[in-house]
Design a protein around this ligand. Structure first.
Ligand SMILES: Cc1cc2nc3c(=O)[nH]c(=O)nc-3n(C[C@H](O)[C@H](O)[C@H](O)COP(=O)(O)O)c2cc1C
Ligand code: SF4
Ligand code: SF4
Length: 461
């Protein structure tokens, strides 16, 4: 049985799954319920001078039959008195001493930072997360992402906190910045023990076409909010990777953004996170999702032979290169598994209009055919095909050659002129423009493909 427990920058928890600072961690009632369900830690809803929120507060992006693939909010930090939150933190810690309870904090002056850090550690918090990420409401008051976007200010505040903190300090970063490593480096310079990312992405999730106002609508008006949920995972993963690979940062990372199941969590961990946080999925499906998350993670670790979480951290990083270091001699070609094909021909349309005209329709069957010599191996058809493993990308080079853009640059074999013979497009087939139109489509095209009756016909093979 693998060991799921983590020691994140000195903070212990029975598993790597923490609830992120947000409505699910707004009260002791919720955090106790979550721990009882199996969550390893919780970052309390951000504490500071309590706020007053608006109604409504959330907007969602639904995609086809899926609800909330993206989630947007315009709410602020905790609207509950600090004393109530601290009393409940103390109560939770007494009942769950082995679980991680982190106080998320956001205040303004040095004195306020000192006061709230001392008060939270007196209440028994295991660590602090400095909220430098909120992209709405608080940044207009010089807090949240306004700090996260100013590395020098961020560093100064971290230094203030380190003057009094006796527990580990995590700096939560905003993704609303062009280079996430800059505030991460500032956190390190300030003396932080760890970083967490990402907070929400500044966004407008949609506009009401009748009321001419963005969602969520507050008395006919709206404002930009913070975006999160499954849709932001790719952005979060890239930023986690950027921080994990940076040689100057070298801080433990708590990965946040779009984590809904154990697979999402493992992706964050393989790219360098040593613990993860979840918000939207807990708001959408409730605390019970933790059971599938811990069971799935445990099974994955057993299958892969990992005994501890630490053994997994960053395992994918050596395989994340710069584009210029990828092997340009590697070649894949699409292959259709006729037994699985349902004949929808979505692949044909996608390749014909959106890629390289390398799929033909065949007389007498709805199963399209790949015209191998035209296929550049872009993947588009396999991505649009609705049947799992129906279109597979098969390796077609012999694996003996390896050449990168960097090597080609050094060897001076890269295209350097507008009409260079060495341009990549010179080496795959492109139809003549007129072949797209009416009668011209009957002409025979180069390559094996022929146009017949308005469709590209693949040869019977
Ligand atoms: C309604 C809502 C309120 C949030 N409030 C806070 C907050 O008070 N402090 C904070 O640091 N992050 C806050 N967040 C951001 C989350 O902690 C988290 O960083 C973000 O939602 C990305 O994770 P997810 O994709 O799992 O939702 C909030 C998010 C939501 C949706
Ligand atoms: S998209 Fe997939 S299922 Fe549809 S025709 Fe192409 S190969 Fe067949
Ligand atoms: S991989 Fe790209 S070029 Fe090849 S058949 Fe599919 S869509 Fe066309």
């Amino acid at each position: 049985m693998p060991d799921l427990s983590v020691n994140f920058a000195g903070i212990h928890s029975p598993n790597p799954f923490w609830l992120a600072s947000a409505p699910p961690t707004n009260s002791g009632y919720q955090v106790m319920k979550a721990f009882d369900a199996g969550w390893g830690g919780a970052v309390w809803k951000t504490l500071g001078v309590p706020v007053v929120n608006v109604s409504s507060r959330y907007g969602g992006v639904n995609y086809r039959d899926k609800r909330l693939i993206g989630f947007n909010n315009i709410e602020l930090i905790s609207d509950r008195p600090l004393a109530d939150n601290l009393r409940e933190i103390e109560e939770v810690k007494k009942r769950f001493p082995e679980h991680a309870v982190i106080a998320s904090l956001m205040v303004q002056s040095r004195q306020e930072w000192h006061d709230i850090v001392r008060a939270s550690q007196d209440a028994g918090a295991d660590g602090f997360e400095l909220n430098f990420g909120c992209p709405h409401g608080m940044c207009e008051r010089g807090m949240g992402s306004a700090v996260g976007q100013e590395p020098r200010v961020l560093q100064m505040i971290v230094e203030w906190v380190m003057e009094v903190a006796q527990k580990p300090v995590i700096v939560k970063l905003t993704p609303n910045i062009s280079d996430i490593t800059e505030p991460a480096l500032a956190a390190r310079r300030g003396g932080a023990d760890a970083i967490s990312l990402i907070n929400t992405i500044q966004s407008i999730v949609g506009v009401d076409l009748d009321r001419f106002a963005p969602y969520p609508i507050v008395d006919g008006k709206g404002t930009n909010g913070g975006y999160c949920g499954p849709a932001v995972k790719p952005i979060a993963l890239n930023m986690v990777k950027n921080c994990a690979q940076h040689p100057g940062i070298k801080l433990p990372i708590s990965g946040i953004g779009g984590i809904e199941n154990w697979r999402d969590a493992v992706e964050h961990i393989l790219l360098g996170a040593s613990a993860v946080q979840v918000c939207t999925a807990a708001m959408h499906f409730g605390f019970g999702i933790i059971r599938e998350m811990t069971a799935g993670l445990s099974q994955y670790m057993t299958e892969k032979g990992f005994e501890t979480i630490d053994q997994m951290v960053g395992r994918a990083l050596p395989n994340v290169l710069h584009w210029e270091d990828l092997n340009m001699k590697y070649q894949v070609t699409a292959h259709i598994n006729a037994d699985k094909c349902i004949g929808c021909q979505l692949c044909y349309t996608a390749c014909e209009d959106g890629a390289h005209q390398a799929i033909g329709l065949q007389a007498g069957t709805r199963v399209p055919a790949i015209i191998e010599e035209n296929c550049v191996g872009c993947n588009l058809c396999s991505l649009v095909c609705p049947v799992e493993q129906c279109i597979t990308m098969e390796r077609t080079d012999d694996g003996t050659q390896h050449l990168t853009w960097k090597e080609r640059t050094a060897a001076q074999t890269i295209p350097t002129e507008f009409n260079d013979e060495r341009a990549g497009g010179r080496h795959h087939w492109v139809p003549e423009p007129a072949a797209a139109l009416g009668k011209e489509r009957h002409k025979t095209l180069p390559g094996k493909a022929r146009l017949l009756n308005g469709v590209t016909e693949a040869p019977a093979s």
